[in-house]
Design a protein around this ligand. Structure first.
Ligand code: ADP
Ligand code: MG
Length: 466
């Protein structure tokens, strides 16, 4: 990548660059796709080469590539583009670890030995039950009471209603219920709790390692098999085949199966009919979006939990609780996030919040989710001050150019996770000390100068918009 010649040769086609921070990008993958998908599929992707209009990503196998391309590519491109607007496509390179391994026979035999314990270890690592997600911690409401009572019933009479299938939208409590069932049953049963994503990951890994026997044994010995987010099983025939056999053999030996999904069995997309009909064969129950009263209860419970945890009184008024319950969308995960934030704010500032405080804090929550890039800051700032981007990045030091440049550096530090040297590099390879100077200057000016204060706040809101 540092080869100047290559760079020259390519200059008219695709200029080679090196501006994407891959770790940052992957952090956004994890946030957007969730930990399951991230750990299974995205964590090991490497950034091999970067050009101004495309990037080359390294993946371990052809299968990996196809899988990623068919499911995640659009979103991956969208995310990487936030870091680099000029990108228009992604290419893949297979980095064949098998070939590498074959050269090292000694390592191969170690591989053989560790193979057996591997499935077990990685499942234990990724599929621990969360001790906090109990039935006691689950607040009952009109939208979830049937799902809750069926879940409890399964715990009382294992294998009577089989399978139990719980479905509903994101963040409504499906994983929480599955987890609660697992906790309840684990003392007397061999409980297996796994997401469909992970199940598939192990399946593929076992095929690759020629280790299907272990895979089958491992999953089929459970007496309670809990599988989360089954909608991910779509596509791949061979996987569905395996899942179907696992499912049948568990049912045959009387194991309890509990399944969650984002939709009813018959609506599962690209899933074999026979699987759908087996999934519908037991109890099917949905969780609906919470009504206001459930949201209020959940908020109150969260406040109580935190009071107990910190042993201090937390003042959140009834008015604020109602406001949040009405204002917040249908997703309980987000609702809890908002409440945590309000409580943290109120504790730090030792303040009883009013509605206006909440509005401000919530606005902040929303804008925090946005990813703001140095590119974007440079564009918005140069637009705002009516200068061209080239001028802003140039070496000229006249104030009408230098100020906007400093403002942009200041905002880059405040609003992105880039380090000082990185920011310097993005401003036509300036030194990090120049960035520090810019930050100091703008900080001081924004304290003393009303005009500057106003400008910064206007630019910030421009950046938040979109
Ligand atoms: P899903 O799996 O349906 O996407 P989760 O089970 O992960 O949703 O729930 C999201 C968050 O909301 C979790 O922190 C969970 O504990 C919480 N939650 C959901 N429903 C309830 C409820 N009825 N009572 C208490 N917490 C809940
Ligand atoms: Mg879930």
């Amino acid at each position: 990548m540092e080869n100047k010649n290559t760079k020259k040769q390519n200059i008219f086609l695709h200029e080679e660059e090196n501006t994407i921070n891959w770790e940052d990008t992957k952090a956004v993958f994890e946030k957007n796709f969730g930990t399951e998908i991230y750990n299974s599929w995205l964590k090991n992707i490497s950034l091999e080469k970067e050009y101004n209009d495309y990037i080359v990503l390294g993946v371990p196998t052809r299968f990996f590539r196809d899988w990623i391309v068919s499911r995640y590519l659009d979103k991956i491109l969208e995310i990487v583009k936030r870091f680099k607007l000029s990108l228009s496509r992604i290419e893949f390179k297979i980095i064949d670890e098998n070939n590498l391994n074959n050269k090292k026979t000694a390592e191969n035999s170690i591989d053989e030995i560790s193979k057996i314990s591997e499935i077990k270890d990685s499942i234990l690592n990724y599929n621990r039950l969360n001790p906090n997600l109990t039935f006691d911690a689950f607040v009952k409401g009109t939208s979830n009471e049937v799902a809750l009572s069926y879940s409890k019933r399964v715990c009382e009479h294992v294998s009577r209603d089989n399978p139990l299938y719980i479905y509903g939208g994101v963040g409504l409590g499906k994983t929480h219920l599955l987890n609660a069932i697992g906790l309840e049953l684990q003392s007397n049963n061999n409980v297996m709790f796994i997401s469909a994503e992970r199940f598939m990951y192990h399946f593929i890994k076992s095929i690759k390692k020629n280790d299907m026997v272990n895979f089958k044994d491992f999953f089929r010995k459970s007496s309670v098999f809990i599988i989360d987010d089954i909608q991910f099983i779509r596509g791949k025939e061979s996987l569905q085949e395996e899942f179907f056999h696992t499912f049948n053999s568990l049912m045959d030996k009387g194991s309890q199966i509990i399944i969650s999904a984002d939709r009813p069995p018959m609506k599962l997309d690209r899933v074999q009919e026979r699987i759908k009909s087996r999934l519908s064969g037991g109890l099917v129950v949905d969780i609906l979006a919470p009504d206001t009263s459930l949201k209020q209860e959940i908020i109150k419970k969260r406040i109580l939990d935190i009071q107990l945890q910190f042993n201090e009184n937390i003042n959140i008024s009834e008015e604020v609780i109602n406001y949040v319950a009405h204002e917040n969308k249908t997703n309980i995960r987000e609702l809890i996030g908002v409440v945590n934030r309000l409580i943290a704010f109120s504790r730090v500032h030792k303040k009883t919040l009013n509605i206006q405080d909440c509005r401000n804090i919530l606005k902040d929550v929303i804008s925090q989710v946005k990813v703001i890039t140095v590119d974007k800051i440079q564009n918005v700032v140069s637009d705002f001050f009516n200068i061209s981007l080239t001028e802003m990045l140039s070496q000229r030091r006249s104030r009408p150019l230098a100020r906007p440049r400093q403002v942009a550096m200041y905002l880059a530090k405040k609003m992105t996770t880039r380090s000082l040297p990185e920011i310097g590099r993005r401003f036509a390879n300036r030194d990090h000390t120049t960035v520090i100077h810019a930050i100091k200057t703008v900080t001081k000016l924004s304290e003393q100068d009303d005009e500057m204060k106003k400008n910064i706040s206007n630019i910030k809101s421009l950046l938040m918009e979109e």
